[in-house]
Ligand binder design. Sequence first.
Ligand code: MLT
Length: 411
Amino acid sequence: MTVKINENYLLLKSSYIFAEIAHRVDKYQKEHPDADVIRMGIGDVTRPLPKAVVKEFKNAVDEMGQADTFRGYGPEQGYDFLIEEIIKNDYTPRGIKLDNDEVFISDGAKCDTGNIQEIFGLDNVIAITDPVYPVYVETNIMAGRGGPMGEDGKYQGLVYLPCTEENDLVPALPEEDVDLIYLCFPNNPTGTALTKEQLAKWVNYAKENDAIILFDAAYEAYIREDNIPHSIYEIEGAKEVAIEFRSFSKNAGFTGTRCACTVVPKELMGYDGEGNPQALNPLWNRRQTTKFNGVSYPIQAAAKAVYSPEGQKEIKESIDYYMKNAEIIRESLTNIGLKIYGGVNSPYIWVKTPNGMDSWEFFDTLLDKAHVVGTPGVGFGPSGEGYFRLTAFNTLENTKEAMNRISKLSF
Ligand code: MLT
């Protein structure tokens, strides 16, 4: 008995929330083979890849089969042809100037938001909004930053910023001294967004307190209202205090194809043990070149096609489609008297469970009585207790059917 494990893993809940849900739903489906279960739990898309994307994907696969166009290892940071499209389309029109070597292509925002903590010291204090995308929390626990979980369901070493009915799901600035702050807006799971003024408060806080914001913008394509920033770099000075994560999963249907990017501005600094500033961009570059061999060429070629006129038209159609679902969910649940948030600038609808039911009780009720699967809010953190998340990513038909079934229930 000499091999020691990383005991931090023992501090985690026994399974990842979406794995736990899948397990429970599979069990239910086995016991009720005739139940037509509608899944609105995990935020996975249902619309196919845009045709323009598939065309370039196939062309690139053909290139890989020809000696004169075959490519082996690509740059770990991604091909310039994709990086340039990202900068040109997502950043330049918003007045944000980025160099190619500030953008790192990867296989997902989940991986990048999980891996980024590796370039920071273990003694940094981490702040997370609560409820939160579990990856931010659990990757820090694995690394040894969170300590054990208290009886309140909070890891004792983390700073929780509650988003509740009382503050209209807008987190307050931390009272404690924190170093790294994870923000995701439009938010997963609550579906709420921050205005420019609200986000500017966080950027100013980070500047004044020498903190760094890890900003997950995976859902920016769903923003409908003006005055909601699509990138944190729309806020003046944010390049000195923020890393941004983007994804092709939710805007272009890449959940199963895998492509994303992370922006690490060159002016962003951390400090070594002697208090000397050290740029984070070369550290992330070092991490990626050592541990990652890049996203495959056909996938990057496919992602580039997202920015073609046809690609843009098709992704807009898909986003509009999901947002129509969001509207249907919002309307149906409001009509039966449920209190809901989100679904305006986001594909997620955050539902307050009726009659003080807890999140898992509501999960079981919907699964059993309506055969509809959602995500129990408590799976995203203690402040999610008493809430439930539904996604707008199913088909229009299934969304309507799910809402019909839920509307017939009496709570
Ligand atoms: C979710 O349901 O929260 C999403 O699937 C998150 C993700 O993209 O990993």
